[in-house]
Design a binder for this molecule. Structure first.
Ligand SMILES: [Mg+2]
Length: 211
């Protein structure tokens, strides 16, 4: 029986691409500057990737220089977002599920915190975990273990919901926590996940059926 939900933030509660151009504008400018040696096509591709992949991964993928990475990291460490953000339309369904929820998000702490506030969802969660992987050695797997220990849940009493098979979904699978891959754009083939859905309808049904 599922007693609590663990949610990811980016591309799980809201489509990150709605704000990523604005958030990464300065970094994209750096990448476009002479000396970065990125082609127009690469820049366009990097822009897309930044809306769904952590900056560090994108930087490595495109072979950004250490200097550029350092500069970009400094910028992003001090970037916040300050306008209202709209969640996915069907997020409301998740919000109304009467179970405790935990938000687990990794990235630049100030930026992630500001996104939570701009979305207005902080109060929907029993606890919120924001971790900067550059400053902490904790992984999502560690945080999930912390939640189980602190709140006394067994792995089978949790459901990890997210959009990234290599991040929160992999961490949950590793721990034996059931998984719900939210994939509104059908980007992934069905893999090892417990549920693979384009919306939150199935989630609502699952919880309803437990009653
Ligand atoms: Mg995500």
């Amino acid at each position: 029986m599922i007693k609590a939900l663990i949610l990811d933030l980016d591309n799980t509660i809201f489509p990150t691409k709605t704000i990523s151009d604005e958030v990464f504008a300065k970094v994209e400018k750096l990448m476009a500057a002479p000396g970065s040696n990125m082609s127009k096509e690469q820049l366009e591709e990097a822009r897309m990737e930044l809306s769904r992949t952590p900056f560090q991964k994108v930087a490595d993928q495109f072979g950004l220089s250490e200097e550029l990475k350092t500069k970009a990291t400094e910028i992003l460490n001090n970037t916040t977002y300050d306008k209202p953000i709209a969640p996915y339309k069907d997020y409301e369904m998740v919000h109304t599920i009467p179970l405790p929820k935990f938000l687990v998000t990794f990235g630049f702490v100030k930026l992630q915190q500001s996104k939570i506030d701009c979305l207005g969802v902080r109060s929907h969660f029993k606890d919120v975990f924001v971790v900067d992987p550059e400053r902490s050695s904790k992984t999502k797997r560690d945080i999930f273990l912390d939640i189980m220990a602190k709140y006394g849940y067994d792995k089978k009493e949790l459901l990890a919901i997210g959009d990234d098979p290599e991040s929160e979904i992999a961490a949950a699978i590793d721990l034996g926590i059931p998984t719900y891959l939210y994939d509104p754009e059908s980007r992934f083939k069905t893999g090892k996940v417990t549920y693979h859905e384009q919306s939150y309808k199935k989630l609502v049904k699952l919880i309803d059926e437990q009653k």
